[in-house]
Design a protein around this ligand. Sequence first.
Ligand code: AMP
Length: 216
Amino acid sequence: MHLILFGAPGVGKGTQAKNISQKYGIPQISTGDMLRDAIKRGTELGKKAEAIIARGELVSDDIMLSLIKERVSQPDCKKGFVLDGFPRTLPQAKGLTVLFEEKRLPKPVCFEIIVPENVIIKRLTQRKICENCGAIYDPLNNPVPADKRCTKCGGRIITRQDDNVDTIHKRLQVYHEMTAPVRKYYEKQGSFYTINGNLSVEKVFNEIDSILKKIF
Ligand code: AMP
């Protein structure tokens, strides 16, 4: 099962990727989480990525592609994986196709999640995450507990540095310019589904899951 969750920041890719990962036993590969982890560990990659993320811009395609190449070669990816936040540019999408061909993987199934922009902005300004495991908290679906500790791992729950109004607008602009064109690339390839993300987490998951049950 090789899946891509595609869509603007804040449409729920991370939440749905976690649900899919849990139900189907395949890893969630979130490039955003990987970069935030590198920043926390102070690696060379983290040092390069930190300012870029804070500005709401994209890390270079070369870096992202080599990160993904290494990640999908790990043993836990044997049964498949769900990509969350990758690919974000056409060169990344084309590089991923080459990688899939090299590894003789089946063509990925792509889900585009759509949410109106005013809802996205509201969601992102309210969103919190666990700095340790990346669990997502929001007032509606998963409110932050009183002690501000993650209910899954006990980690500290924080506001992402790039979840502020200015950076959110920049990220949406970058999405329209760089990422939205990737949609056509996957639409042309066939296995492409559009999902209404402006529903409850459960309803969105059920919609994705009903498609997965038909395909796999
Ligand atoms: P996310 O957690 O997916 O919203 O990603 C947070 C930030 O990490 C993005 O705004 C980018 O700066 C960077 N990032 C994540 N994934 C990618 C990617 N595939 N290509 C370039 N930059 C990325």
